[in-house]
Write a protein that binds this ligand. Structure first.
Ligand code: ADP
Ligand code: MG
Length: 720
């Protein structure tokens, strides 16, 4: 009996017929061991003759080949998009159904031939197939019908598909029977076949039904391993942590709330409660806060910091850019001032005898700003970097706002208790850990804020060891931004809109084309665009901001824009995240096809933040197919979660996984979008198992498998 752990230690070179060249080709495709080879599953199957539309029977998983007659889509619920295409072959018609796969709509052109795989069903008396796999057929390909199920493995470098299949046959021979370490009760609950059957049948099935069962089992195993690793990681983090059980008194938080110019939304209140519960608990918070752009994350963050401060701890917010850190600082100090919580200003002389926080009648909160280039504070207008660092180290600063300058040498906190990382997609795990290390001896409570909507599938896998809070409600009175796509030749339409809005007293952003990997070239092109637009808008005040400007100059421009002294701000993507100027209502994005969906979404989030309706114009000439899908999705919805799902579907999960440092490894069989239910099941099983047996002492074979399959990255999860 071979275990997967063992098989993942047998190099492919031990198979006959694998010389150095083949080994290299396989390695390039990520196949180094016999276990890797077993997971290299066919990308499709040629199905037996006879599965015509007329003979496809209800409940069976089949592949049919049909020609698209008509396509329609409907949206019965806000988060459900159904695409239905009527397919026909010589025997009849069937309705093929896709769920939440907006990108399919454009591809299903009437007249085109498709092979679709899925389960056959009837709906309102008509035959349907819920599509799991779809492939567009080449001209005339539908005329070829095989007489049995033939797995189609991909070519690997120079290795032809038949050769790959042959190696897999060898690998199977060597591996079978494959041992099964997954507790039988889980297999029974989900009706899963044995692992041995799964590997045989995914590669060389007798029926498409077998393929479906085999795939379900392999998908489960992949998710189960991943979720076990996450459950163990979370468990270990809690065990090893030295957290602070905060004791918020309400003294600052309540006063702050009463000074706010608006009422919190229900979602903001709920999330603040979730955070406060974490703060009070003995374990350090490790929470991801998701909220659409403009959903009001900043005030939630400030509440978390104040809850720490009122219990005697310091707080920190780390932002990804200088402009954003400065804006956070201005926002926080402004809100505190509104609530009457500004400290008395004082100069150098007073520092020695500085009163502590609670000695004055009016509670005051001392806030500092630290970026690579600036130091500022709300209690000492003359403060220098050196003095600010001293104050932080001596505990005289309650909150420090900054960029990654916060985690550099020389910054020491006296008692950092709450740390917030904003827009975390810009930071790696590594930086998060560094921020924690700044709190000597303890693990501060950590809140990671992101406006990049993360599909639930990803928050359960990539971020599966974090707790998640979602602000799923916008402040009242926000109307969705109106988005339009125009071609370059019609850019005048965008400028007309800018003029109209400026005439009403509003302001506009124009984002210049993205220049990959070169801030310098990008700055130059922004400068040129600024000159061009200054001529077009000769009667308006046109400003410029880009990443190569000195920080003080950037801040000056932003201040002027905030103050309404600039009508049109020409910019690179430095304004992408967090910029909050409620009077800005137009966002024009040039060469929009160069931007990713989440970036476009962030940019659009800069407008429509106040009481005035926002507009977004994307300028782009007919782009490629992928960009076309992105832009059409972008124009059709402002729902960030929907866009995130489209993005995942377009880009594929591989890219998404690759983006995370120290990820837990790729999914080779499972598909995050299609196999969501299995993910939930596997996660429940894994977390339940770890809860009842924290070190998995009853499951040595599983432990061995996780170690072997997920590799060194999880070594530290286990007590040796
Ligand atoms: P985010 O960081 O989530 O994108 P912000 O925290 O910058 O959003 O808030 C966006 C805007 O909404 C700000 O101008 C803020 O003052 C305002 N805001 C936040 N919460 C509320 C609320 N409950 N009611 C009205 N306006 C709010
Ligand atoms: Mg923000």
């Amino acid at each position: 009996m071979a275990t997967l752990a063992r098989l993942s230690q047998i190099p492919v070179t031990e198979l006959s017929g694998v010389g150095p060249a083949s080994a290299r080709a396989l390695a390039n495709a990520g196949i180094q061991t016999v276990a890797d080879l077993l997971h290299f599953i066919p990308h499709r199957y040629m199905e037996a003759e006879g599965t015509t539309i007329a003979t496809a029977s209800k409940g069976a998983e089949v592949t049919i080949q049909g020609q698209v007659r008509t396509v329609r889509d409907r949206r019965p619920r806000r988060n459900l998009l159904i695409i239905e295409a009527v397919l026909a072959d010589e025997t009849g018609t069937i309705t093929a159904v896709w769920f939440n796969q907006r990108h399919m709509a454009a591809q299903l052109q009437p007249g085109s031939w498709w092979a679709v795989t899925g389960v056959v069903d009837t709906f309102a008396g008509k035959k349907q197939i819920r599509v799991r796999l779809a492939r567009r057929l080449a001209e005339g390909e539908h005329l070829l019908r095989d007489t049995e199920i033939t797995p189609v493995h991909s070519q690997v470098g120079q290795l032809k598909p038949w050769k790959v299949a042959q190696l897999i046959r060898q690998a199977l021979k060597r591996s079978r029977p494959v041992a099964d370490p997954v507790p039988v009760e889980f297999l029974a609950t989900h009706g899963l076949v044995t692992r041995d059957d799964a590997f045989q049948n995914i590669h060389f099935p007798q029926s498409m039904d077998q393929v479906g069962h085999a795939r379900r089992r392999l998908v489960y195993d992949e998710f189960f391993r991943l979720e076990l690793a996450l459950a163990l990681q979370k468990r270990r983090r809690l065990e090893e942590s030295r957290g602070v059980a905060h004791e918020p008194t309400g003294e600052l938080t309540e006063r702050f709330l009463s000074g706010l110019p608006y009422r919190l939304t229900g979602a903001q209140r709920r999330v603040i409660d979730e955070i406060t519960a974490d703060l009070r608990g003995p374990y350090p918070m490790h929470r991801l806060l998701q909220g659409e752009v403009g959903s009001g994350k900043t005030v939630v963050a400030v509440m978390a910091l104040l809850a720490g401060v009122e219990g005697g701890w310091q707080g920190a917010i780390m932002a990804p850019t200088e402009v954003l850190a400065e804006q956070h600082y201005l926002g926080v100090t402004h809100l505190l001032a509104e609530a009457g919580m500004s400290p008395e200003p004082f100069g150098q002389g007073a520092r020695l005898g500085m009163a502590s926080l609670f000695e004055t009648d009016e509670p005051a909160v001392r806030v500092g700003l630290l970026t690579g280039n600036t130091a500022a504070s709300n209690y000492d207008p003359e403060i220098t970097r050196a003095t600010l660092l001293e104050d932080v180290a001596a505990g005289r600063v309650d909150m420090l706002v900054g960029t990654h300058a916060l985690i550099q040498e020389g910054v020491e906190f006296a008692r950092l208790g709450v740390a917030i990382v904003d827009e975390q997609h810009r930071f790696g795990v590594h930086q998060r850990i560094k921020l924690k290390e700044k709190a000597a001896g303890i693990d501060p409570d950590l809140l990671i804020m992101t406006a990049t909507p993360i599909p639930r599938t990803l928050s359960m896998t990539l971020y599966g060891d974090l707790d998640v809070s979602v602000i799923d409600e916008m402040p009242p009175g926000r109307a969705p931004v109106i988005t339009r796509h125009v071609h370059k030749a019609q850019e005048g339409l965008a400028w007309d809109l800018v003029r109209q809005e400026v005439a009403k007293g509003r302001q506009a952003f124009v984002v210049c084309p993205l220049v990959e990997d070169s801030d310098k070239v990008e700055a130059a092109s922004a400068t040129a665009e600024h000159a061009r637009l200054s001529a077009i808008f000769s009667d308006l005040r046109v400003g410029l901001i880009h990443g190569q400007m000195r920080p003080a100059d950037k801040e000056q421009v932003m201040a002027a824009f905030r103050a309404g002294d600039i009508d049109v701000l020409v910019s690179t993507t430095v304004i992408e995240v967090g910029i909050d100027v409620p009077n800005a209502t137009v966002m024009v994005i040039e060469d929009a096809d160069r931007f990713g969906l989440s970036q476009l979404h962030q940019l659009r989030g800069r407008v429509g933040r106040g009481s005035h309706r926002g507009h977004c114009v994307v300028i782009s000439d007919p782009p490629g197919e992928e960009a076309e899908m992105r832009l059409s999705a972008f124009v059709s919805t402002t729902d960030g979660f929907e866009l995130a799902n489209v993005d995942l579907a377009i880009r594929g999960q591989g890219t998404v996984f690759g983006a995370r440092q120290s990820g837990m490894g790729d999914l080779r069989v499972a598909d995050l979008l299609e196999d969501f239910e299995m993910l939930i099941a596997a996660r429940r099983d894994a977390f339940g198992l770890v809860a009842s047996d924290p070190d998995l002492v009853t499951q040595p074979a599983l432990v061995e498998e996780i170690r072997a399959v997920l590799g060194d990255r999880v070594e530290w999860l286990f007590v040796s």
